[in-house]
Write a protein that binds this ligand. Sequence first.
Ligand code: DGT
Ligand code: CA
Ligand code: CA
Ligand code: ZN
Length: 586
Amino acid sequence: MSTNSQLVEIFQQTAAALELLGSNPFKINANTRVARLLKEMTTDVGELVTEDPSTALGRLTAISGIGKGTAERIFEFVDTGQVTEHRELMERIPKGLFELLDIPGLGPKAVKLLWQELEITNLEGLKAKLDSPELAALPRMGAKTIQNLKKAIEFAEKTQDRIPLGVARPIALEMLAHLEALDSVQKVVYAGSLRRGRETIGDLDFLVACGDPEAVREHFTTLPSVTQILARGETKSSVRLEVRGVALQADLRIVDLEAFGAALMYFTGSKEHNVRLREIAIKKGLRLNEYGLFEGKEERPQDRGAKPLAAKTEAEIYQVLGLPLIEPEMREDRGELENRPDELIEVSHIRAELHSHTVASDGKLTIDELAQCAIDRGFHTLAITDHSQSSVIANGLKPDRLLRHIDAIHEANDRISEITLLAGAEVDILTDGRLDYEDDILARLDVVVASPHASLRQTPEVATERLLKAIAHPLVHIIGHPTGRIINRREGLSPNMDALFAAAVEHDTALELNANWHRLDLRDSHLRAALAQGVKIAIDTDAHDGPHLDFLIYGVLTARRAGLPPQACINTWSAEKLHGWLKSKR
Ligand code: DGT
Ligand code: CA
Ligand code: CA
Ligand code: ZN
């Protein structure tokens, strides 16, 4: 684990512990904010400290969001491997309380009460008391709350991880199609983290405007995949679903067509973005909520029938707030109100696939079949990049097989006129940063994607050296999935990203955003930092089969979260410009 991720855990636990101990909210928030900041940071604070300990405190506090107290705690951690304040707090709190905090619907206030009143200190303890009169006697613990708690525990035990974007989105699209088919439905969309394109999704949030709410509720709560109805209220229904072995929750809210934009904005979030918008509204003497943007300071102006200044569309609400429309993917309170690109990348901008596999290594399609898939997408260029010799499980190509493969790709290119086929390879970056083919072989390839596949538990220092070497190699065009992480399964390398970005600019090497939803690597926060330094970005699907080209949407959503304008992505370039750049490295 990198220093940053260890510190994220420490600051998060500190915040939770302080909350359980009833500490002041300001202090709790400060810890949450630092955790969030460290999560997004691309500089390794461990390296920053060890580089020159005598000036480390000054350089840490120079980072916006890190105060003196935080800097001292980071310093202490790098120096001693622990933070005293955190250790002392952890000694006062039973570890099991943290698993209780992970149960949806169980906040710190409730956990504190369970702990202090009933001496419940872990999940087992809570389960044992679920039917006890003492539990029911606690404040705000009605029969319904306890019922919900039981369901939440059952569910939490079944689903530990957040659901990957690439699993959640197809399920949501199927549900949308079901709901759209209803006669009385005027408009139905998904909101929440899915609309923001986050890499993982907690639950699905649907909004619907319709003429017959009862019919929609009935339909939603009896979809074939529904395993449990959690709520079936006037405005909100909630269900648990099981689709192709995946258990997830979905909420449906019935909203007024006239206020659809306001509801969509509210339930798209993020919560942090919404808070910023409400602050802006208040400064203008307005009130923003899920029913609209209203004049005045009153809490719920809609209750006395006030007419909103704007409510029907998101665009008009942003407009009345004096803001440009912020794309959903950017609504994370990461400076999007001050700083946004003129244009964000879209799937339709992508004209080339530069990382793909055929039957020559571990892909499913032949050169010709894959070419046809790329032609069907309207691409002008497809690079075939099968695995190199060290990737034995992936049937990587030895030099003699690679040379024959290059000829076969060039032959197909001469035969097929609708697209340019480039002969490439996905070359392993070996443990020490050397590449898996000799330079004379690499020089014969039109495109070299160099990727780390093995030894993904290296220290940040070794990983940085390894990747820097590949970036600096004059025959390398693109670094594929630079960290090697697999979402929910493997953290991957934690190199010094800023050092990689600087080198990528210096050597004119592109970094990949691998669009496969298991990877999404570079991730959104990395990409944002890379963009700020002017790194060229490649968005590739790493297709091993025809339908994999559809992964592009996940890469593009992730790129939009980072504010990627189309021209920063080499896959959007014209054939002439792209081929020219590729040749500049030959
Ligand atoms: P998830 O489901 O964990 O992946 O993340 P979201 O963002 O989809 O969160 P969710 O499902 O809890 O709520 C959907 C959106 O509704 C959220 O992004 C913002 C809005 N929302 C929900 N609760 C609150 C709240 O208490 N305050 C504010 N301002 N917005 C909220
Ligand atoms: Ca959600
Ligand atoms: Ca939700
Ligand atoms: Zn690949």
